[in-house]
Design a binder for this molecule. Structure first.
Ligand SMILES: C[S@@+](CC[C@H](N)C(=O)[O-])C[C@H]1O[C@@H](n2cnc3c(N)ncnc32)[C@H](O)[C@@H]1O
Length: 252
C-alpha cells in the first residue's frame, strides 16, 4: 500500500495551501493577504452551504454546536468556520506541518477553542463524542482499505443525536478530460482498484496526490454499524468527473 502519509507531509512542506485547493492562484509558497482571504472565504462559503444542506435534511440540526470535528483539516480552511460556531473544535490531520499551520491560522483568526490531533484513533481512545463530524475532500486521498477503518473510528466519535457529514468519492467519469489532461499520469476506474495519480508536472518528478474511490455498500455498512440508519446521499455537484457524495446522517 502506498504511504500517502509521507506524500502529505511533503506536500504540506512544499506548498500547503495549493495542496488543499489545487488552484493556480494558491500555488505561491508565500500567499499574499488577498490570496489568503480568498482561500479562507471558500471555506466559509463551503460551511455555510453545508450547514444549509444539513438543516434541510435533518430538521433538528442547529448551530452553534458544543463540539465539532473536522477530519483532514489541512490548514484550517473549514475547521476555522466550524470552530467559530462551536464551543470546541478538533482538527485531525496526518501531516504535522498541516497541523502546525492550522494552529497558526486559528490564532490569527482570534480563536482559542481548537486543538489538533494526528488520527481519529486518538479521539476514540479518549472517548471523544462530538455533535458534528465533518470531512471534505480527504477520504478521496486515502486508500480505501485503510479509509474504511478510519471512517469507523470517526463515526464512533459522534454522540447520540449528533451528525456526520462525510465526503466520499464513489466513481469517476471522463466527461471533463480537459481537466485531467495536464495532471493525470494514469486513470483507472475498475471495481477493485480505483486510482488516479495527479502530478504537478512543473514541480514533481513523481506522483504526488493519489485519488481513490470507495465502495458505497461498505460505507453504508459502517454507518449502520454506528447507529446511523437514515443516511442521506448527496452528490457534491463537482463537474470535474470525480463523483463524490456527502454521506449525511444523524446518530440514533
Ligand atoms: C485536500 S486537503 C483538504 C483539507 C480540508 N478538508 C479542506 O477542505 O480545506 C486533504 C487533507 O487531508 C490530510 N490527510 C491525508 N491523508 C490523511 C489521513 N490518513 N489522516 C488524516 N488526514 C489526512 C492531508 O494532510 C490534507 O491536509
Amino acid at each position: 500500500m502506498r504511504d500517502t502519509n509521507e506524500d502529505w507531509e511533503k506536500l504540506a512542506q512544499d506548498n500547503a495551501y495549493w495542496a488543499v485547493l489545487t488552484e493556480d492562484e494558491f500555488k505561491s509558497k508565500k500567499l499574499t493577504k488577498k490570496h489568503k482571504d480568498t482561500f479562507f472565504a471558500t471555506g466559509r462559503a463551503d460551511i455555510a452551504n453545508l450547514t444549509a444542506l444539513i438543516k434541510g435534511l435533518i430538521p433538528d440540526f442547529s448551530t452553534p454546536k458544543e463540539s465539532v470535528i473536522d477530519f483532514g483539516c489541512g490548514v484550517g480552511r473549514l475547521l476555522i468556520p466550524l470552530a467559530e460556531q462551536a464551543e470546541s473544535a478538533i482538527g485531525i490531520d496526518i501531516s504535522e506541518t498541516m497541523r502546525s499551520i492550522t494552529l497558526k491560522n486559528v490564532a490569527s483568526h482570534g480563536l482559542n477553542n481548537v486543538r489538533c490531533v494526528e488520527s481519529p484513533e486518538i479521539l476514540v481512545k479518549e472517548g471523544v463524542k462530538a455533535d458534528w463530524l465533518n470531512s471534505y475532500i480527504v477520504l478521496q486521498h486515502i486508500e480505501p482499505r485503510r479509509g474504511y477503518f478510519i471512517i469507523n473510528d470517526l463515526l464512533q466519535c459522534v454522540k447520540s443525536g449528533g451528525v456526520a457529514s462525510l465526503h466520499v468519492p464513489l466513481f469517476k467519469t471522463a466527461n471533463r478530460t480537459e481537466y485531467y489532461n495536464d495532471r493525470v499520469m494514469y486513470f483507472r476506474n475498475d471495481y477493485y482498484k480505483n486510482e488516479t495519480v495527479f502530478i504537478d508536472r512543473d514541480n514533481y518528478g513523481h506522483p504526488d496526490i493519489q485519488m481513490y474511490d470507495y465502495d458505497a455498500n461498505t460505507v453504508l455498512a459502517l454507518f449502520h454499524k454506528n447507529q446511523m440508519t437514515k443516511v442521506h446521499l448527496i452528490h457534491d455537484r463537482s463537474t470535474t468527473g470525480i463523483h463524490a457524495y456527502y454521506f449525511i446522517a444523524q446518530r440514533d
